[in-house]
Design a protein around this ligand. Sequence first.
Ligand code: UD1
Length: 374
Amino acid sequence: MKILITGGAGFIGKWLIEKMPPDVEVVIIDSLDEQVHRKSQDFAPELLARAKCIKADVQDIADYREAIAGTDVVIHLAAQTGTGQSMYEISRYVQQNANGTAKLLELISSLDRKPRRMVLSSSRAVYGDGAYTDGKSVLYSQGRSLENLQKGIWEVCGSDGEPLTSLPMQETHLTKPTSVYGLTKLWQEQLMQIYCESQGIDLVTLRFQNVYGPKQELGNPYTGIIGIFTNAIVQGNRLELFEDGKVTRDFVFVGDVAEAVIQCATYEQPLNSIINVGSGEAVTLIEVVETIAEVIGKKAEYNISGRFRVGDVRHAIADMERYKTLLGEWKPTSLKDGIAQYLEWYLGEEPLEQSTLEASLREMEQKGLLMKKQ
Ligand code: UD1
């Protein structure tokens, strides 16, 4: 079997390479984007040892046209991933995520022998605020208004202002992104669905929750909060929790995610499905900080700032029933074990500069995308 991985030199790609069965031939294409690959513009030795690596932007199809020939499965990971950043670098996100996917599909359409399957790394961000209930039925909110956020009303409310209870996301729930990033992921899904259906290509769309773990690029300030918070606690810096610290997220360990991707990529039967990939457990920002601090064995200094990122969702948790029905067992790594593995790796790495993080927050603030409750 030959598998092509776009964005294969990134965080999840590195784990795929580590866990890929040895009899699978792997080709990676990756632009080695400087925001992610700050330290080196070369492919890591462990990637070069296992895969054919081509430096190319997914949009520049001429650069990898030859390498894709004979591919059985394409795993499409190449994307920009910062929710906050997508709200001001709009054209870059549209270009790289939507046009990147469009170009990849154009290339595939020109092949005599097309891949039999494509696996897309999508995101829970396509659900936006997600589904809620008033105890009687499933409700979709109109989103959190800027007016409410500025008043510090953080929870999603019903039409009469009553608080609602968030539900675990099911794949059949409405998709209604609240960020440019989420919208570009939905476009990727739809482009691939239309194309794959027209060609009889089996499409597996995986909606990842917040993926974390070793190898998650530390020099990138848009890399996710497990890295940002670990960095702050280890270095003794005060960290900031947005809103009231009670935002919830579903953190899923990257090793589990890589196994799910490989299982789908190598599955014998057609799957043709959208499938959530999360731990199935929601934790608040405060709980995340406390768990990291416990693993490190240090007290966390944090400030619950009342600032908020425009485009953020309040609650996120995956319903994993479809995964279990289609693919069998799902036993995710606990947050504590995952953070312990992350920490062990982190301690051997060069930390994120506090100034880089602060600069990224200032940039968001200047663009009106990081606000404070009044
Ligand atoms: C993350 C992923 C995204 C993925 C999505 C799936 C990153 C950068 N983004 O987005 O690719 O598709 O999960 O759910 O990993 N926060 C603070 N203090 C900070 C920074 C952030 O309180 O200093 C808050 C944010 O406002 C947010 C939460 O922490 O509420 C998580 O933020 P972040 O790690 O950026 O991830 P998501 O936006 O959830």
